[in-house]
Design a protein around this ligand. Structure first.
Ligand SMILES: Cc1cc2nc3c(=O)[nH]c(=O)nc-3n(C[C@H](O)[C@H](O)[C@H](O)COP(=O)(O)O)c2cc1C
Length: 262
């Protein structure tokens, strides 16, 4: 197939899906554009893809599914018979139905999956006290991501048409997590009111004036504000999240490795 451009599409609140997709691109090694769906302003833009593009779409896994905000933003993309690589990035627990859901939401809009992969990223709830895949993707992951990109390119060069392509997962999907009802909090003593938490929030649910306020109903628990806070003032106190972090840190301590579906 004759491909002119790669389009790297990602929703990546804490940056691991972004890093992974960029490492895959190193292996594909064709000129590329970026379609970053992480922030709310992406909803006012229109993105189109044609049959001479290859789309690489990466999302984090939330409760074994595609995060609802990503579903909404990805469903707005318009493609035309565009060869597509699906990538799920998960925090060393499981990716369950995320790749299947990603395939099912992209296909009706003209994306044709021909390759997929699951990679591991540092868990959004990782802390020094509850480490979960800390620092991933690391050098080893990046090497594998590049190898995957090379394999994707080789497969595409040999393809004459885009056949039906299967990815792991079950339908009906696993029940997804809820949005709203849990959010990080800010320690007023160490907060410098820099506004970083508001700028990196994918749903725009944080506002900063002389205090930091969070619209709990819109918080997806993505932890972008926590991981980007320059003073560590933004942190989790929510009991459910702290409990989950402890459970994940003990029960999923064994390193998992990326999986390719080609
Ligand atoms: C609300 C929520 C649910 C999550 N659910 C899962 C899960 O089901 N399985 C898993 O392994 N990791 C899970 N994670 C961890 C993320 O998939 C992981 O940290 C990923 O690398 C984040 O991607 P990003 O850096 O692109 O935001 C979850 C994270 C959050 C915030």
């Amino acid at each position: 197939m004759n491909i002119k451009r790669v389009k790297l599409v990602y929703y990546s609140p804490t940056g691991t899906s972004e890093k992974t997709v960029k490492a895959i691109q190193k292996g594909i090694d064709i000129d590329y554009d970026i379609v970053d769906l992480t922030l709310p302003d992406s909803e006012s833009k229109n993105y189109t893809f044609d049959s001479t593009d290859i789309a690489v779409i990466a999302v984090p896994v939330y409760s074994g599914r595609v995060p609802p905000v990503a579903v909404k933003r990805i469903s707005r993309l318009k493609a035309q018979n565009t060869p597509t690589v699906l990538v799920a990035v998960y925090g060393n627990r499981e990716f369950e139905d995320a790749l299947l859901e990603l395939k099912n939401i992209t296909e009706p809009n003209g994306f044709k999956a021909f390759a997929a992969a699951a990679f591991i990223g540092e868990h959004s709830f990782d802390t020094p006290e509850t480490p979960i895949a800390t620092g991933r993707p690391d050098a080893e992951d990046n090497k594998k991501a590049k190898e995957f990109g090379e394999k994707v390119k080789q497969k595409l060069e040999k393809l004459t048409k885009l056949d039906e392509f299967e990815v792991p997962g079950n339908h009906p999907y696993r029940e997804g997590g809820k949005t709203g009802g849990r959010n990080p909090v800010t320690d007023p003593d160490t907060c410098i009111l820099c506004g970083m938490c508001a700028r990196v929030c994918p749903t725009g649910c944080v506002t900063v004036s002389d205090i930091v306020e969070t619209d709990t109903s819109n918080c997806t628990a993505c932890s972008a504000c926590v991981k980007n806070c320059p003073t560590g003032a933004r942190h989790w106190e929510h009991e459910g999240v702290l409990k989950a972090a402890k459970w994940l840190s003990t029960d999923y301590a064994k390193r998992k490795e990326p999986e390719f579906f080609l």
